[in-house]
Structures are given as structure tokens and as C-alpha cells.
Design a protein around this ligand. Sequence first.
Ligand code: NAD
Length: 351
Amino acid sequence: MSTLQEQIESWDGECVVVRHDAPTGSWIFIAVHDRSLGMAMGGCRMRVYPDVVDGLRDAQRLAGGMTLKWAGIEFPLGGGKAVLAIPRPLEGAEREGLLLRFGDLVEGLGGMYGTGVDLGTTPADMEIVGRRTSRVAGRPAEAGGAGDPGPWTALGVYEGMRSAAACVLGSNDLRGRTVLVQGVGGVGRPLVDLLSGAGARVLVSDADERRARAVAGDAGAEVIAAASAYDTECDIFAPCAVGGVLNEQTIPRLRCRIIAGSANNQLEGDVDAERLSLRGILYIPDFIINAGGAVAHGILEFLHGPENEVESRVRRVGATVADLLAEAGDGDPLPVAVARAKRFIAASAAG
Ligand code: NAD
């Protein structure tokens, strides 16, 4: 295992801000990866790590991912991420204290980094952070924030799906196409509604079967047992639950032509993109297709752009996917997406 020093030395990002929070025994890491396009922006993860250095590594890895995400959709923000590496689950005054001190730290960076919700943090947490800094997204609407990003993420996924369908199935019209949505929470549920509205045959699967049944009932969709999700025939498989679902075990079982969903880090490893390609399944890179919520929050909470721009900008995820697929041709879109993002950053830095 590397030390904190080695972990910082070996990183290709701009800087990390490290603070030990003595009252809670937590470590705060803010990783600023690349600000060529604008302020570094990415959510704040709170969790217990096996070792403090794992928290730093996570912040760095996620910050690099945000750089690609923003550049991949040509959005004027840079890559950053924060991790609150807590020694044990924190609640009440302890949690509030840590979040307030984190807010002070973000504010003290004077616009270098802006934060938001990630695993382990909630809109209510961001309301607390927002008492100390304006550089925070994802507060509840009643606290002046942009509210739940899920429906915007779903809209971007839907548009990206239509572009993928145009490429593989010959039309972006999803009427009569079968789409399996895995995970019907904040993103999956509004996605199911959009797909039903477009006349698709929608299959839903969720680890929480009651939730699956409720969402399916409302939308006229069919429920598939969570264990059967990978074996069920469909045109499009939409992973909207957890990461790592595309791997050596699941890929041989898939019976779909396109993968287009919101989950972060859908591929367990880089080699899984190749596995999908060999099976003739088109994988739309997650960091491109799941950017709708980030775009909406970026416009509303950091760029202070007009609300009526949000929908058209989120729908543009579809055009981005179409451009990407055109450039990739018969090849794997993932390396092409990464190269396009890096090219966009280089061009912006030069211009
Ligand atoms: P959520 O927690 O609201 O919903 C996730 C759903 O998946 C839940 O209903 C849960 O029961 C189900 N689930 C969990 N494990 C499962 C499994 N193994 N099999 C089947 N179902 C399972 O989360 P969300 O906000 O809808 O986000 C879904 C995914 O999209 C996550 O990976 C998230 O990181 C990613 N994402 C979300 C947003 C957003 O705007 N919320 C933006 C970008 C990416």
C-alpha cells in the first residue's frame, strides 16, 4: 500500500487539499484534477475506508473521472472531487460539524473547487455545507438548490439511448423496442416513464422487488427478477443501479444489442469494454450518457444560467453520443470518448 506522500506524488492532477478534522477524527481530501475548462466541480463522498490513503486515492480517481465527464460533454467545468474519510458513521452534531468545516474549506479555496452530493452524502448534507459556501450544488429545492438531479440524468440517458438506437437498430424511435432498466431509483424511475411514454416495451428489475413492482405498475412495465436481468432478451440494457455490473461473469450472459444506462463505472475493468465489443454489443460510455444531472446542476448552481436552457442542454447528451458513435465507426466508443475529451481540453487550453 502506498503512503499519502507516494499517492500524491504519483498523481497526474493539479493538487490535493488535505485536512485532518480533529473533532471527528476524519480526513478531508479535495482533489483538483484539471481546471483547463473551469472551476473543478464534483461531489463529496463520505465513507469509512479501510485506510486513510484509500480515501485520498478514491478522491483522485473520481476527480480524474470528472475531468473526462465535463470535457466529454464539452461543458465549462473542470474535474474535482472531495472525500470525507470518516472513522465511523457520523450523525447529529458530529456530522453537522464536519460538514460545516468542510464548507469552510471549500469557501477558503476561493472558487478553485465546487462540491455536491455523492455516495454517502445527501441534499440535506449539502444544505449544511451551503451555510458556509455558495460553491455547492444539490441542496434541496426548498433550501435554494436545484433539487433532485435524477430526472435530468434520466433525460440525458434517454436521449443517448435514442442516438444509440439510431446507430444500431436503424431508428431513434423506441416504439416497440424492448428496454430493460436495472435499478429503478432516482434515475431509473423517471427513465422508465420516459421510455413508456415513447411506446417502448419496458422491463424493470430492482434488488428491491417491491419497488420494481410499484414502478412497473405505474408505468405499465413488466417486472424481471433481479437475478434474471442479465439473461433476459432485450434491445437495450440500461444499468441504473450500481457499478461493476459489466464483467467476466455477466457479459457472456447478456442478450441485448446496446448498453446505455446511468450507473457510474459500469465496467468492472477496461478489458470488459473489449469483451462487449467482441460480443457485438454497443456500450455507451457511462461518463457521457449519465451527465444530464451534472449539466443541470452545473448550469443552475454554478454558471447561474437561465432555467430554460437546462432542458435543451441536457437533451444535447443525445447529439454528443451521436457524434461519438459517428467518430468511432465500427470501433469501441470508449477510447474514442476519452480521446475526444482530452482533445477538447487541449484545444481549450491552447485557445
Ligand atoms: P438510487 O439509489 O436512487 O437507486 C438505485 C436503485 O438500484 C435502487 O432502487 C436499488 O434498490 C437498486 N439496486 C441496488 N443494487 C442493485 C442490484 N444489484 N440490482 C438491481 N437493483 C439494484 O440511485 P440513483 O440516483 O438512481 O443512481 C443510480 C446509478 O446512477 C448510480 O450508479 C449512480 O451513481 C448513477 N448516477 C446517478 C446520477 C443521479 O443524477 N442520481 C447521476 C449520474 C450517475
